[in-house]
Design a protein around this ligand. Structure first.
Ligand code: RIB
Ligand code: CA
Length: 309
């Protein structure tokens, strides 16, 4: 079975971390590189978190620091959701690796250039690095198999009524990606707010009993706290859906749409407008088999070893 080569680009972030746990646990994916982007926290913090996550999970791939700010907008962070570190909660190991000497765009370009087959990019933060890659290396576009991204919402936003956080942080980047012609899978709030992991599921994960299971259960608990106060019955696991799209598309309900980004607008900047009045540029996930997703999560943590008492 040929494994799917992937580049993981994110702003960890609890849900980014769980997405990467899913990716590493699957025999279907081969992680070729990890790149950090500023979003949930500053680029320094998301990079440090990326290195700690890769140490915990045993991801043996080069890690590169992304751009320090969005293409045009000032940086915007989310400490209210992910804490001051960007990954508050359980203690994590210190990085066991050195950072790549390359910055994110150049590491992405190197991986694409050297790969025999096209590579899939899993983007779970603002699309700053991906857009910069497309702008500075257009000749490498044919080496991108597809971009599976968490971002947007054709029906609503979360950071503003119109815009979802990842898109709002860097709408210009998202506009470049959506207009790139690269095959896209969009996992926006339409599906990710249905990807609810309940407290009972946290305990199923914890009961697996290995170190990673206990950390993931703690990440789930921390991430749920913000959403519980908003009335959510569970943690909406946004970023892992971008990985589920590659591993188990059978769990998803998808529609091909033309998705356009509002980069202007006093009230609607960052909105993702999905319609069928022009050729589709993205497969948009709209629904998920929640129970199947929860089971996938529990099975994934089992890949990280036996229970340790
Ligand atoms: O709106 C949810 C997205 O913003 C997720 O990617 C989360 O990690 C934050 O980056
Ligand atoms: Ca994220």
């Amino acid at each position: 079975m040929d494994r799917i080569p992937v580049i993981l680009d994110g702003d960890p972030g609890h849900d980014d971390a769980i997405a990467w746990m899913l990716a590493k646990a699957s025999p279907l994916l081969e992680i070729r590189a990890v790149t950090s982007v500023c979003g949930n926290q500053t680029i320094e913090k998301t990079t440090y978190n990326a290195m700690r996550i890769c140490t915990l999970l045993g991801i043996d791939a080069p890690i590169a620091m992304g751009k320090p700010a969005p293409l045009m907008a000032p940086p915007m962070n989310a400490p209210s959701v992910h804490g001051q570190s960007g990954l508050d909660g359980p203690k994590l190991p210190e990085p066991a690796m050195e950072l790549s000497e390359l910055r994110s765009v150049e590491l992405m370009a190197k991986v694409l250039r050297e790969s025999e087959e096209p590579v899939t990019i899993v983007a779970t933060g603002p699309q700053t690095n991906v857009a910069a890659l497309l702008l500075s290396h257009p000749e490498l576009k044919p080496k991108i198999e597809r971009i599976s991204f968490m971002g947007g919402g054709i029906a609503h936003g979360n950071w503003t009524p119109a815009a979802e956080f990842n898109i709002l942080v860097d709408p210009e980047a998202a506009d470049i990606v959506l207009k790139s012609g690269v095959p896209l899978i969009m996992s926006g709030l339409d599906v990710t707010e249905k990807a609810l992991i309940y407290p009972a599921d946290f305990e199923r994960v914890r009961a697996v009993g290995n170190v990673v299971a206990r950390v993931v259960a703690d990440w789930l608990e921390f991430f749920y706290e913000f959403h519980r106060k908003l009335g959510y019955p569970g943690a909406p696991l946004h970023d892992p859906v971008a990985v589920v799209s590659l591993l188990r598309p059978d769990l998803l309900k998808t529609k091909a749409l033309c998705v356009e980004i509002e980069t202007k607008g006093e009230y609607c900047r960052g909105a993702t407008i999905g319609h069928d009045r022009a050729p589709a540029n993205a497969r948009v996930n709209l629904g998920i088999d929640r129970d199947g997703f929860a089971d996938l999560l529990v099975e994934a943590v089992k890949a990280y070893g036996e229970a340790r008492r």
